[in-house]
Design a protein around this ligand. Structure first.
Ligand code: FAD
Length: 310
C-alpha cells in the first residue's frame, strides 16, 4: 500500500509539538534536600566500596543517610555496625532501617533501644518481606505491619520515623485505597515522612502525590530515585516489586548490553532528566538509592544544584 508523502522537513519541524524549557536556574534557588540509601556490606571488598561511597557523598551534606536491613533481618548485625560507624566516624545523620519479619516485639524493641543508646535518632520503619518470597504472615508476638512498628518505636523513644510508600501500589495491597489508608495510618502513628519506592515516569509519582493529598496526607512523600545503569537487572527487580518499566527506557538501553560506559552515561541523563522534571514541578526533596555507588548520584546531585560544603 502506498503511503502518503510525508511533509517536507521544515514543515514537520515547524508543526511539531512545542515544549517550554525547564525553568532556568541561576544558582540562587535553594538546593534541594537529599538523602542517600546504602546497604550493609557482606565482604571486605564491599565494605571498602561502601566507605568510598560514603566519603564521596558526605560533603554533599545530605539531610540523612539510611542503611537497609536485609530480608528477614538477615543483616541485623551488619546494619548496626554500619550505622554505628557512621555515627562515630562521619558528620552524617544516619537512619537505620528496621523490619517486622521473623522478629518478636521484644527483639525489635531491644534493637531499637540499642540504636537510641548509640545515638541513632532516625528509623525507617518497614514490614519487610519473607526471605525467598512467599505470602507474608505476621510473626506471633511480633509487630504485624509497619504501622504497628511505628507505634511501638514511638513508645520506646521519640525517634524520627520514615516509612515506605508505593506510587504504583504495594503488590499485596487489597486496593489502591487500602494502600493509601495504610500509608496514612503509618503517618498518623508518628512517622514524619514517607519515601517512595522508585519509579521511572514522573507522572506516576505526581499522580500519586495528588492521591495522597486527596486522602488527607500532608507529610512529605519524598521521591525515591534509582539511577539505573544495568537495565536487564532493573527489569527483573522491577517485575518483583510491581514497578512498571516504560518502553522508552528499554529503547534507550537497546544495543548497549556490552557497553558499560555508554550505559552509565545514559543512566545519568535519564535520572537527571527525571529529577529536573520533578524539581520543575516544585519537588525539593529527593531520596537516592545509591546501591553503594556514588558517581551517578554525585553527578545528579550536582545537576540539582547541590554543592559540596567548603
Ligand atoms: C524506601 C523503602 C525502603 C525499604 N527498605 C527495606 C529494608 O531495609 N529491608 C527490607 O527487607 N525491605 C525494605 N523495603 C521493602 C519493604 O519491606 C517491602 O516493600 C514490604 O513488602 C512492605 O513493607 P512496608 O513497610 O511498606 O509494609 P506495610 O506498610 O506494613 O504494608 C505492607 C502491605 O500490607 C498491607 N497492610 C498494611 N496493614 C495491613 C493490615 N492491617 N491488614 C492487611 N493488610 C495490611 C499494605 O497495604 C501493604 O500491601 C523498603 C521499601 C521502601 C519503599
Amino acid at each position: 500500500m502506498a503511503h502518503p508523502p510525508s511533509p517536507a522537513a521544515l514543515e514537520r519541524w515547524l508543526t511539531g509539538p512545542r515544549f517550554a524549557a525547564l525553568p532556568a536556574r541561576d544558582g540562587s534557588d535553594k538546593a534541594p534536600a537529599l538523602s542517600f540509601e546504602f546497604f550493609p556490606p557482606s565482604t571486605e571488598a564491599l565494605e571498602q566500596q561502601l566507605w568510598h561511597c560514603i566519603r564521596r557523598l558526605e560533603p554533599l551534606a545530605p539531610r540523612f543517610v539510611s542503611v537497609t536491613y536485609g530480608a528477614g533481618g538477615s543483616t541485623q548485625a551488619r546494619t548496626h555496625a554500619t550505622v554505628s560507624r557512621i555515627v562515630r566516624e562521619t558528620t552524617l545523620v544516619p537512619a537505620a532501617h528496621l523490619t517486622c519479619v521473623n522478629t518478636t516485639r521484644e527483639e525489635i524493641d531491644a534493637v531499637a533501644l540499642g540504636y537510641w543508646q548509640a545515638g541513632v535518632r532516625h528509623i525507617v520503619a518497614l514490614r519487610g518481606d519473607v526471605p525467598g518470597g512467599g505470602a507474608y504472615v505476621p510473626t506471633p508476638g511480633g509487630y504485624a505491619y509497619a504501622a504497628d512498628l511505628v507505634t511501638g518505636l514511638k513508645r520506646i523513644a521519640d525517634f524520627e520515623i520514615s516509612v515506605a510508600a508505593y506510587p504504583e501500589i504495594h503488590p499485596a495491597a487489597l486496593s489502591p485505597e487500602a494502600d493509601l489508608d495504610n500509608l496514612k495510618r503509618k503517618l498518623d502513628a508518628g512517622a514524619s515522612r514517607a519515601i517512595t519506592n522508585y519509579f521511572f515516569d514522573a507522572d506516576v509519582y505526581l499522580r500519586f502525590l495528588d492521591r495522597c493529598l486527596a486522602a488527607g496526607i500532608t507529610a512529605p512523600v519524598v521521591p525515591g530515585i534509582m539511577p539505573v545503569s544495568n537495565f536487564a537487572q532493573a527489569v527483573k527487580f522491577s517485575a518483583m516489586c510491581g514497578i512498571s518499566v516504560p518502553g522508552w527506557l528499554g529503547h534507550l538501553f537497546e544495543g548497549l548490553e556490552q557497553d558499560h560506559d555508554t550505559r552509565r552515561m545514559v543512566a545519568a541523563v535519564v535520572a537527571a532528566e527525571q529529577v529536573r522534571v520533578l524539581q520543575a514541578c516544585g519537588i525539593d526533596e529527593f531520596h537516592f538509592y545509591t546501591l553503594n555507588r556514588p558517581d551517578l548520584v554525585y553527578a545528579i546531585a550536582h545537576i540539582l544544584g547541590v554543592r559540596a560544603a567548603a
